[in-house]
Design a protein. Structure first.
Length: 473
Protein backbone atom coordinates (compact mmCIF):
# COMPACT_ATOMS: atom_id res chain seq x y z
CA UNK A 1 0.00 0.00 0.00
CA UNK A 2 1.35 3.40 -0.89
CA UNK A 3 0.77 6.67 -2.60
CA UNK A 4 3.11 9.11 -4.41
CA UNK A 5 2.88 11.91 -6.90
CA UNK A 6 5.37 13.33 -9.36
CA UNK A 7 5.27 16.39 -11.58
CA UNK A 8 5.78 16.59 -15.31
CA UNK A 9 4.79 18.92 -18.18
CA UNK A 10 2.66 18.59 -21.30
CA UNK A 11 3.18 20.95 -24.24
CA UNK A 12 0.37 22.60 -26.25
CA UNK A 13 1.62 24.47 -29.31
CA UNK A 14 4.76 26.07 -27.90
CA UNK A 15 3.44 26.44 -24.34
CA UNK A 16 4.20 24.01 -21.51
CA UNK A 17 1.79 23.23 -18.65
CA UNK A 18 2.68 21.51 -15.37
CA UNK A 19 0.74 18.31 -14.65
CA UNK A 20 0.72 16.06 -11.60
CA UNK A 21 0.92 12.29 -11.95
CA UNK A 22 -0.50 10.26 -9.06
CA UNK A 23 0.24 6.62 -8.26
CA UNK A 24 -1.94 4.78 -5.79
CA UNK A 25 -1.03 1.22 -4.85
CA UNK A 26 -4.04 -0.79 -3.81
CA UNK A 27 -3.84 -4.58 -3.68
CA UNK A 28 -5.69 -6.44 -6.40
CA UNK A 29 -6.08 -3.53 -8.80
CA UNK A 30 -4.34 -3.53 -12.14
CA UNK A 31 -2.59 -0.47 -13.48
CA UNK A 32 -4.53 2.10 -15.51
CA UNK A 33 -2.58 4.42 -17.77
CA UNK A 34 -3.32 7.46 -19.90
CA UNK A 35 -2.71 5.30 -22.95
CA UNK A 36 -1.98 1.66 -23.60
CA UNK A 37 1.31 2.52 -25.37
CA UNK A 38 2.49 4.41 -22.31
CA UNK A 39 1.48 1.51 -20.05
CA UNK A 40 3.52 -0.92 -22.15
CA UNK A 41 6.60 1.32 -22.14
CA UNK A 42 6.50 2.05 -18.42
CA UNK A 43 5.91 -1.57 -17.41
CA UNK A 44 8.77 -2.86 -19.61
CA UNK A 45 11.13 -0.09 -18.48
CA UNK A 46 10.47 -0.81 -14.78
CA UNK A 47 10.91 -4.59 -15.16
CA UNK A 48 14.02 -4.21 -17.35
CA UNK A 49 15.56 -1.80 -14.81
CA UNK A 50 15.50 -4.56 -12.20
CA UNK A 51 12.46 -3.43 -10.19
CA UNK A 52 9.40 -5.45 -9.38
CA UNK A 53 6.00 -4.58 -10.83
CA UNK A 54 3.58 -3.35 -8.15
CA UNK A 55 -0.15 -3.96 -8.21
CA UNK A 56 -1.01 -0.34 -8.65
CA UNK A 57 -3.67 2.02 -9.81
CA UNK A 58 -2.36 5.13 -11.55
CA UNK A 59 -4.39 8.31 -11.80
CA UNK A 60 -3.44 10.70 -14.60
CA UNK A 61 -4.86 13.92 -16.01
CA UNK A 62 -6.48 12.80 -19.27
CA UNK A 63 -4.05 14.58 -21.63
CA UNK A 64 -0.91 13.35 -19.88
CA UNK A 65 -0.63 10.19 -21.93
CA UNK A 66 2.01 12.17 -23.84
CA UNK A 67 5.27 10.24 -23.86
CA UNK A 68 7.08 13.18 -22.18
CA UNK A 69 5.38 12.13 -18.92
CA UNK A 70 6.66 8.49 -19.00
CA UNK A 71 9.46 9.17 -16.56
CA UNK A 72 7.15 10.86 -14.04
CA UNK A 73 4.68 7.96 -14.25
CA UNK A 74 7.40 5.35 -13.65
CA UNK A 75 9.02 7.26 -10.79
CA UNK A 76 5.67 7.92 -9.08
CA UNK A 77 4.86 4.21 -9.29
CA UNK A 78 8.22 3.17 -7.85
CA UNK A 79 7.98 5.77 -5.07
CA UNK A 80 4.49 4.56 -4.15
CA UNK A 81 5.91 1.03 -4.05
CA UNK A 82 8.56 2.06 -1.52
CA UNK A 83 11.63 2.27 -3.80
CA UNK A 84 12.11 5.98 -3.01
CA UNK A 85 11.05 8.27 -0.13
CA UNK A 86 8.12 10.23 -1.58
CA UNK A 87 9.40 13.56 -0.24
CA UNK A 88 12.38 13.27 -2.63
CA UNK A 89 9.96 14.23 -5.41
CA UNK A 90 9.23 17.67 -3.92
CA UNK A 91 10.55 20.50 -6.09
CA UNK A 92 11.43 18.12 -8.93
CA UNK A 93 9.94 17.96 -12.43
CA UNK A 94 10.52 14.81 -14.49
CA UNK A 95 10.60 14.88 -18.31
CA UNK A 96 11.30 12.14 -20.81
CA UNK A 97 10.02 9.16 -22.75
CA UNK A 98 11.08 5.67 -21.64
CA UNK A 99 12.36 3.01 -23.98
CA UNK A 100 11.49 -0.60 -23.21
CA UNK A 101 14.97 -1.28 -21.79
CA UNK A 102 14.69 1.57 -19.27
CA UNK A 103 16.69 4.23 -21.08
CA UNK A 104 15.47 7.82 -21.37
CA UNK A 105 14.70 9.00 -24.87
CA UNK A 106 14.81 12.65 -25.96
CA UNK A 107 11.45 14.31 -26.56
CA UNK A 108 10.35 17.35 -28.57
CA UNK A 109 9.36 20.56 -26.80
CA UNK A 110 11.95 20.46 -24.00
CA UNK A 111 12.43 24.27 -24.04
CA UNK A 112 8.78 25.21 -23.31
CA UNK A 113 8.54 22.25 -20.90
CA UNK A 114 11.53 23.46 -18.87
CA UNK A 115 10.19 27.04 -18.99
CA UNK A 116 6.94 25.81 -17.44
CA UNK A 117 8.87 24.05 -14.65
CA UNK A 118 9.88 27.44 -13.18
CA UNK A 119 12.36 27.17 -10.31
CA UNK A 120 12.06 23.40 -9.89
CA UNK A 121 14.95 21.04 -10.57
CA UNK A 122 14.23 19.41 -13.92
CA UNK A 123 15.44 15.92 -14.77
CA UNK A 124 15.71 15.42 -18.54
CA UNK A 125 17.08 12.80 -20.96
CA UNK A 126 20.82 13.41 -21.40
CA UNK A 127 20.32 14.03 -25.12
CA UNK A 128 18.16 17.07 -24.30
CA UNK A 129 20.43 18.61 -21.65
CA UNK A 130 21.87 21.45 -23.75
CA UNK A 131 18.44 22.24 -25.11
CA UNK A 132 16.93 22.31 -21.60
CA UNK A 133 19.74 24.48 -20.24
CA UNK A 134 18.90 27.12 -22.87
CA UNK A 135 16.12 28.31 -20.55
CA UNK A 136 17.49 31.12 -18.36
CA UNK A 137 17.69 30.17 -14.69
CA UNK A 138 16.78 26.52 -15.29
CA UNK A 139 18.35 23.88 -13.02
CA UNK A 140 18.72 20.91 -15.37
CA UNK A 141 19.92 17.44 -14.38
CA UNK A 142 20.58 15.03 -17.27
CA UNK A 143 20.08 11.30 -16.87
CA UNK A 144 20.54 8.27 -19.12
CA UNK A 145 18.39 5.56 -17.49
CA UNK A 146 15.42 5.15 -15.18
CA UNK A 147 17.60 3.41 -12.55
CA UNK A 148 20.01 6.38 -12.60
CA UNK A 149 17.11 8.78 -11.95
CA UNK A 150 16.06 6.69 -8.92
CA UNK A 151 19.62 6.66 -7.59
CA UNK A 152 20.12 10.39 -8.04
CA UNK A 153 16.81 11.21 -6.35
CA UNK A 154 17.56 8.82 -3.45
CA UNK A 155 21.15 10.06 -2.99
CA UNK A 156 20.43 13.74 -3.73
CA UNK A 157 23.16 13.81 -6.41
CA UNK A 158 21.30 16.25 -8.64
CA UNK A 159 24.27 17.93 -10.33
CA UNK A 160 23.14 20.73 -12.66
CA UNK A 161 24.20 20.62 -16.30
CA UNK A 162 26.32 23.44 -17.78
CA UNK A 163 25.42 24.28 -21.34
CA UNK A 164 27.91 23.80 -24.17
CA UNK A 165 29.13 26.92 -25.97
CA UNK A 166 26.70 28.67 -28.33
CA UNK A 167 27.04 28.17 -32.04
CA UNK A 168 29.00 30.72 -34.05
CA UNK A 169 26.99 33.22 -36.09
CA UNK A 170 26.49 32.75 -39.82
CA UNK A 171 29.61 33.08 -41.96
CA UNK A 172 27.68 34.29 -44.99
CA UNK A 173 28.83 37.83 -45.83
CA UNK A 174 27.39 40.50 -48.12
CA UNK A 175 30.87 41.18 -49.51
CA UNK A 176 30.31 38.00 -51.57
CA UNK A 177 27.61 39.80 -53.57
CA UNK A 178 29.14 42.42 -55.88
CA UNK A 179 27.19 45.14 -57.70
CA UNK A 180 23.40 45.03 -57.31
CA UNK A 181 23.23 48.37 -55.51
CA UNK A 182 19.46 48.73 -55.77
CA UNK A 183 18.77 45.25 -54.40
CA UNK A 184 21.37 45.65 -51.66
CA UNK A 185 19.83 48.96 -50.59
CA UNK A 186 16.35 47.39 -50.52
CA UNK A 187 17.77 44.59 -48.34
CA UNK A 188 19.22 47.17 -45.94
CA UNK A 189 15.90 49.04 -45.66
CA UNK A 190 14.16 45.68 -45.16
CA UNK A 191 16.51 44.90 -42.24
CA UNK A 192 16.30 48.38 -40.72
CA UNK A 193 12.51 48.58 -40.65
CA UNK A 194 11.48 44.93 -40.47
CA UNK A 195 9.73 45.27 -43.85
CA UNK A 196 8.85 42.52 -46.33
CA UNK A 197 10.80 42.32 -49.59
CA UNK A 198 10.24 41.02 -53.10
CA UNK A 199 13.28 40.56 -55.34
CA UNK A 200 12.97 39.67 -58.98
CA UNK A 201 15.58 39.02 -61.63
CA UNK A 202 18.15 36.55 -62.83
CA UNK A 203 21.03 36.35 -60.43
CA UNK A 204 21.91 36.34 -56.75
CA UNK A 205 18.46 36.58 -55.14
CA UNK A 206 19.17 33.53 -53.00
CA UNK A 207 22.60 34.85 -51.93
CA UNK A 208 21.14 38.21 -50.91
CA UNK A 209 18.27 36.67 -48.95
CA UNK A 210 20.58 34.24 -47.13
CA UNK A 211 22.62 37.21 -45.92
CA UNK A 212 19.67 39.07 -44.40
CA UNK A 213 19.89 37.40 -40.94
CA UNK A 214 23.55 38.48 -40.78
CA UNK A 215 22.62 42.19 -40.95
CA UNK A 216 19.60 42.00 -38.65
CA UNK A 217 20.14 42.92 -34.98
CA UNK A 218 20.85 39.87 -32.77
CA UNK A 219 17.87 38.49 -30.84
CA UNK A 220 17.34 39.72 -27.29
CA UNK A 221 16.80 37.23 -24.42
CA UNK A 222 13.02 37.02 -24.79
CA UNK A 223 13.07 36.61 -28.58
CA UNK A 224 15.88 34.03 -28.44
CA UNK A 225 13.85 31.92 -26.00
CA UNK A 226 10.74 32.13 -28.22
CA UNK A 227 12.79 30.91 -31.18
CA UNK A 228 14.36 28.07 -29.18
CA UNK A 229 10.91 26.98 -28.00
CA UNK A 230 9.71 26.69 -31.61
CA UNK A 231 12.77 24.69 -32.73
CA UNK A 232 12.47 22.52 -29.63
CA UNK A 233 8.83 21.62 -30.34
CA UNK A 234 9.69 21.06 -34.01
CA UNK A 235 12.32 18.50 -32.96
CA UNK A 236 14.99 20.62 -34.69
CA UNK A 237 16.74 22.14 -31.69
CA UNK A 238 20.16 21.37 -33.16
CA UNK A 239 19.28 23.79 -35.97
CA UNK A 240 18.19 26.67 -33.68
CA UNK A 241 20.31 29.67 -34.67
CA UNK A 242 21.30 30.99 -31.22
CA UNK A 243 21.30 34.80 -31.20
CA UNK A 244 21.16 35.20 -34.98
CA UNK A 245 17.59 35.65 -36.27
CA UNK A 246 16.46 32.37 -37.84
CA UNK A 247 16.12 31.81 -41.56
CA UNK A 248 13.48 29.42 -42.81
CA UNK A 249 13.71 28.64 -46.53
CA UNK A 250 11.31 25.85 -47.49
CA UNK A 251 11.55 24.29 -50.96
CA UNK A 252 8.73 25.08 -53.38
CA UNK A 253 7.56 21.46 -53.28
CA UNK A 254 6.80 21.75 -49.54
CA UNK A 255 3.20 20.90 -48.65
CA UNK A 256 0.78 23.33 -47.04
CA UNK A 257 1.13 21.41 -43.75
CA UNK A 258 4.92 21.69 -43.99
CA UNK A 259 4.54 25.45 -44.29
CA UNK A 260 1.87 26.06 -41.63
CA UNK A 261 2.64 23.13 -39.33
CA UNK A 262 0.17 20.62 -37.91
CA UNK A 263 -1.20 20.02 -34.43
CA UNK A 264 1.97 18.16 -33.41
CA UNK A 265 4.70 20.43 -34.70
CA UNK A 266 5.19 23.91 -36.14
CA UNK A 267 6.01 24.46 -39.83
CA UNK A 268 8.24 26.71 -41.91
CA UNK A 269 6.31 29.89 -40.99
CA UNK A 270 7.04 29.35 -37.30
CA UNK A 271 10.63 28.25 -37.86
CA UNK A 272 10.99 31.78 -39.30
CA UNK A 273 9.56 33.40 -36.12
CA UNK A 274 11.60 36.52 -35.17
CA UNK A 275 13.58 36.01 -38.36
CA UNK A 276 13.22 35.57 -42.10
CA UNK A 277 10.94 33.42 -44.25
CA UNK A 278 12.51 33.15 -47.69
CA UNK A 279 10.49 31.71 -50.55
CA UNK A 280 12.98 31.20 -53.37
CA UNK A 281 11.41 30.75 -56.82
CA UNK A 282 8.27 31.98 -55.10
CA UNK A 283 5.83 31.64 -58.05
CA UNK A 284 6.57 27.90 -58.09
CA UNK A 285 4.92 27.43 -54.68
CA UNK A 286 1.43 25.98 -54.47
CA UNK A 287 -1.14 28.76 -54.87
CA UNK A 288 -2.83 27.74 -51.59
CA UNK A 289 0.47 28.33 -49.77
CA UNK A 290 0.97 31.75 -51.37
CA UNK A 291 -2.60 32.75 -50.54
CA UNK A 292 -2.19 31.53 -46.94
CA UNK A 293 0.68 33.93 -46.21
CA UNK A 294 -1.24 37.18 -45.51
CA UNK A 295 -3.02 35.82 -42.40
CA UNK A 296 0.13 35.10 -40.38
CA UNK A 297 1.79 38.22 -41.83
CA UNK A 298 -1.01 40.25 -40.21
CA UNK A 299 -1.45 38.39 -36.94
CA UNK A 300 2.10 37.12 -36.27
CA UNK A 301 0.85 33.60 -35.54
CA UNK A 302 -0.48 30.41 -37.08
CA UNK A 303 -3.77 29.02 -35.77
CA UNK A 304 -4.61 25.39 -36.53
CA UNK A 305 -7.58 23.30 -35.51
CA UNK A 306 -6.27 20.49 -33.31
CA UNK A 307 -8.20 17.45 -32.11
CA UNK A 308 -10.29 19.40 -29.64
CA UNK A 309 -8.94 22.93 -29.59
CA UNK A 310 -6.98 25.51 -31.53
CA UNK A 311 -3.22 25.13 -31.60
CA UNK A 312 -1.27 28.41 -31.78
CA UNK A 313 2.27 28.73 -33.06
CA UNK A 314 4.12 32.05 -33.17
CA UNK A 315 5.01 33.24 -36.69
CA UNK A 316 6.19 36.86 -36.71
CA UNK A 317 8.58 36.84 -39.65
CA UNK A 318 9.89 39.05 -42.41
CA UNK A 319 8.89 37.65 -45.77
CA UNK A 320 11.42 37.65 -48.59
CA UNK A 321 10.07 36.49 -51.94
CA UNK A 322 12.48 35.99 -54.79
CA UNK A 323 11.56 35.10 -58.34
CA UNK A 324 12.98 34.87 -61.81
CA UNK A 325 11.31 37.17 -64.34
CA UNK A 326 9.67 34.24 -66.12
CA UNK A 327 9.04 30.50 -65.79
CA UNK A 328 11.46 29.36 -68.49
CA UNK A 329 14.81 30.32 -66.99
CA UNK A 330 17.56 31.82 -69.13
CA UNK A 331 17.47 32.97 -72.76
CA UNK A 332 13.85 33.86 -72.32
CA UNK A 333 11.48 33.75 -75.25
CA UNK A 334 8.29 34.03 -73.18
CA UNK A 335 5.68 36.58 -74.15
CA UNK A 336 4.91 39.52 -71.89
CA UNK A 337 1.58 37.85 -71.09
CA UNK A 338 3.26 34.63 -69.88
CA UNK A 339 5.68 36.55 -67.72
CA UNK A 340 2.93 38.70 -66.22
CA UNK A 341 0.82 35.61 -65.41
CA UNK A 342 3.82 34.00 -63.74
CA UNK A 343 4.38 36.85 -61.30
CA UNK A 344 0.64 37.41 -60.81
CA UNK A 345 0.60 34.21 -58.76
CA UNK A 346 2.24 36.33 -56.05
CA UNK A 347 -0.55 38.93 -56.05
CA UNK A 348 -1.99 38.07 -52.60
CA UNK A 349 1.24 38.13 -50.57
CA UNK A 350 2.56 41.10 -52.56
CA UNK A 351 -0.31 43.24 -51.27
CA UNK A 352 1.54 43.12 -47.95
CA UNK A 353 5.07 43.63 -49.27
CA UNK A 354 6.47 47.16 -49.05
CA UNK A 355 9.79 46.78 -50.88
CA UNK A 356 10.55 45.55 -54.37
CA UNK A 357 13.89 45.32 -56.08
CA UNK A 358 15.45 43.88 -59.20
CA UNK A 359 18.69 42.04 -59.04
CA UNK A 360 20.97 41.07 -61.85
CA UNK A 361 23.97 38.86 -62.51
CA UNK A 362 26.92 40.81 -61.21
CA UNK A 363 29.89 41.40 -63.46
CA UNK A 364 33.25 40.57 -61.85
CA UNK A 365 34.29 44.15 -62.59
CA UNK A 366 31.88 45.38 -59.91
CA UNK A 367 34.40 44.45 -57.20
CA UNK A 368 33.48 43.07 -53.74
CA UNK A 369 30.33 44.38 -52.07
CA UNK A 370 30.23 46.26 -48.79
CA UNK A 371 30.73 43.73 -45.94
CA UNK A 372 27.83 42.68 -43.70
CA UNK A 373 29.41 44.23 -40.59
CA UNK A 374 29.28 47.74 -42.11
CA UNK A 375 25.67 47.36 -43.23
CA UNK A 376 24.69 45.79 -39.90
CA UNK A 377 26.10 48.80 -38.03
CA UNK A 378 23.83 51.17 -40.01
CA UNK A 379 20.87 48.85 -39.47
CA UNK A 380 21.56 48.76 -35.72
CA UNK A 381 21.63 52.56 -35.48
CA UNK A 382 18.39 52.85 -37.43
CA UNK A 383 16.74 50.23 -35.22
CA UNK A 384 17.89 52.08 -32.11
CA UNK A 385 16.20 55.26 -33.35
CA UNK A 386 13.00 53.31 -33.99
CA UNK A 387 13.26 51.63 -30.58
CA UNK A 388 13.32 55.02 -28.82
CA UNK A 389 10.18 56.07 -30.71
CA UNK A 390 8.44 52.74 -29.99
CA UNK A 391 9.54 52.50 -26.35
CA UNK A 392 6.78 51.09 -24.14
CA UNK A 393 5.00 49.38 -27.05
CA UNK A 394 5.17 45.69 -28.03
CA UNK A 395 6.73 46.57 -31.42
CA UNK A 396 10.41 46.45 -32.24
CA UNK A 397 10.43 47.74 -35.81
CA UNK A 398 8.54 50.30 -37.92
CA UNK A 399 6.88 47.60 -40.02
CA UNK A 400 5.13 46.17 -36.95
CA UNK A 401 3.16 49.32 -36.02
CA UNK A 402 -0.56 48.71 -36.78
CA UNK A 403 -2.30 51.02 -39.24
CA UNK A 404 -4.68 52.41 -36.60
CA UNK A 405 -1.74 53.60 -34.47
CA UNK A 406 0.45 55.00 -37.24
CA UNK A 407 -0.68 58.57 -36.57
CA UNK A 408 0.50 58.24 -32.99
CA UNK A 409 3.84 56.47 -33.44
CA UNK A 410 4.84 57.13 -37.06
CA UNK A 411 3.07 60.38 -38.00
CA UNK A 412 3.41 61.50 -41.61
CA UNK A 413 4.51 65.10 -42.12
CA UNK A 414 2.40 67.19 -44.57
CA UNK A 415 4.84 67.07 -47.50
CA UNK A 416 5.03 63.27 -47.26
CA UNK A 417 1.24 62.99 -47.24
CA UNK A 418 1.03 65.47 -50.14
CA UNK A 419 3.34 63.40 -52.32
CA UNK A 420 1.63 60.12 -51.49
CA UNK A 421 -1.81 61.67 -52.14
CA UNK A 422 -0.65 62.78 -55.59
CA UNK A 423 0.50 59.21 -56.26
CA UNK A 424 -2.91 57.87 -55.24
CA UNK A 425 -4.69 60.41 -57.46
CA UNK A 426 -2.43 59.48 -60.37
CA UNK A 427 -3.37 55.82 -59.90
CA UNK A 428 0.24 54.80 -59.11
CA UNK A 429 -0.70 53.40 -55.70
CA UNK A 430 -3.94 52.65 -53.87
CA UNK A 431 -5.03 54.21 -50.58
CA UNK A 432 -4.28 50.92 -48.76
CA UNK A 433 -0.63 51.18 -49.82
CA UNK A 434 -0.18 54.57 -48.16
CA UNK A 435 0.36 53.23 -44.60
CA UNK A 436 3.00 50.78 -45.88
CA UNK A 437 4.86 53.64 -47.55
CA UNK A 438 4.61 55.88 -44.47
CA UNK A 439 6.34 53.16 -42.43
CA UNK A 440 9.10 52.93 -45.05
CA UNK A 441 9.62 56.73 -45.01
CA UNK A 442 10.35 56.46 -41.28
CA UNK A 443 12.84 53.66 -41.86
CA UNK A 444 14.60 55.79 -44.49
CA UNK A 445 14.73 58.69 -42.02
CA UNK A 446 16.10 56.33 -39.34
CA UNK A 447 18.83 55.16 -41.73
CA UNK A 448 19.77 58.79 -42.47
CA UNK A 449 19.84 59.61 -38.78
CA UNK A 450 17.10 62.21 -39.33
CA UNK A 451 14.41 63.10 -36.81
CA UNK A 452 11.55 62.69 -39.31
CA UNK A 453 10.89 61.78 -42.94
CA UNK A 454 11.00 64.34 -45.74
CA UNK A 455 9.44 64.59 -49.19
CA UNK A 456 12.61 62.95 -50.56
CA UNK A 457 12.09 59.96 -48.29
CA UNK A 458 8.55 59.70 -49.64
CA UNK A 459 9.85 59.74 -53.21
CA UNK A 460 12.43 57.09 -52.32
CA UNK A 461 9.79 54.93 -50.63
CA UNK A 462 7.72 55.14 -53.82
CA UNK A 463 10.75 54.02 -55.84
CA UNK A 464 11.36 51.11 -53.47
CA UNK A 465 7.72 50.11 -53.67
CA UNK A 466 7.75 50.25 -57.47
CA UNK A 467 11.22 48.70 -57.70
CA UNK A 468 10.33 45.57 -59.64
CA UNK A 469 6.93 46.63 -61.02
CA UNK A 470 8.15 46.63 -64.60
CA UNK A 471 9.66 43.15 -64.31
CA UNK A 472 6.74 41.52 -66.09
CA UNK A 473 6.75 43.86 -69.06
ZN1 LIG B 1 10.89 33.03 -70.23
Amino acid sequence: MGYARARSVVVDGVTGRLVTVEADISPGLSAVFGSREQGDRVRAAILNSGYGWPDARVTLPCESSESITDLAVAVALLAADGCLPVERLDGVVLLGELSLDGRLRPVRGIVPAVSAAGTSTVIVPAGCADEAAAVPGAVVVPAVRLSEVLERLRDGTLTPHIRAALRAASQLDLSDVPGNHAARFALEVCAAGGHHLFMVGDGPGLMLAERLPGILPPLDDAAALEVEAVYSVAGQYDRAPGRTPPMSAPHHTTTLAGITGNRHRPGALSLAHRGVLHLHEAPEFNRRILDALPGPMDSGEVRLLGRERLVHYPARFQLVLSAATCPCGRDCTCTAMVRRRYLERLARPLEHVELRARFERSSPAAGPGEPSAVVAARVREARERAAVRLAGTPWRANAEVPVRLLRRYLPAVPEVIALLDVSVSAGLITATTVPQLVRVTWTLADLRGASQPTEEDAARAMELWQGARDASR
